[in-house]
Design a protein around this ligand. Structure first.
Ligand code: IMP
Ligand code: MG
Length: 176
């Protein structure tokens, strides 16, 4: 799998170190609050597992399966998820977790649906990666692991056509 990469962007140890500080920040902010982490699958699976084991709060975990359709390596703007599958979290603070903020379509659609249908005490979002670019939707994340350039990356949960999610590092895919 490594030979499909043009270069490595973030090594395992770098990701781990950043998760330590990110987790400490989230822990301090949600101390004493009823927190539910709503992880957006499949992309945030590995990020979620590593981040949440660093947060010593009595939090709850829920997952939402979302598909963002990509034409080649660009978002098509179509985001599919089952609104009826949103959990009942009206008395909770919700922290959405996603792998990457790119066009903003995915996070914008989910934040909107959670605000309208779930009406939790608060909604914030946390992404491992944020592409520095102009977004199609005006949405920002409250917690960000790393800012990266506008390149297509894989590994650590991120896929290209469902491959590379199990790479332990994050790399830029070699152009075909
Ligand atoms: P957005 O809707 O364009 O912000 O993108 C959000 C989703 O698109 C993420 O949760 C990823 O699943 C996918 N995505 C965006 N950029 C990349 C990338 O560089 N590599 C792999 N997946 C990506
Ligand atoms: Mg994907």
């Amino acid at each position: 799998m490594h030979s499909d990469l043009e270069r490595v962007l973030l090594r395992e140890e770098e990701i781990a170190r950043r998760l330590d500080t990110l987790a400490a920040e989230i822990t301090a902010d949600y101390e004493g609050k009823d927190l539910t982490v709503l992880a957006i699958l499949n992309g945030s699976l590995i990020f979620m597992a590593d981040l949440l084991r660093r947060i010593p709060l009595p939090l709850q975990i829920d997952c939402l399966r979302v598909r963002s359709y990509y034409d080649k390596m660009e978002s098509s703007g179509q985001v599919d998820f089952d609104r009826a599958a949103l959990p009942n979290l009206a008395d909770r603070h919700v922290l959405l977790l996603d792998d990457i903020l790119d066009s903003g379509h995915t996070l914008a659609a989910i934040v909107e649906a959670v605000r309208q249908d779930v009406r939790p005490l608060s909604v914030k979002s946390c992404v491992l990666l944020r592409k520095v670019k102009k977004r199609a939707r005006p949405i920002e994340a409250d917690y960000v692991g790393f800012d990266i350039g506008d390149e297509f990356v894989v590994g650590y949960g991120l896929d290209y056509q469902e491959r590379y999610r199990n790479l332990p590092l994050i790399g830029v895919l070699r152009q075909p």
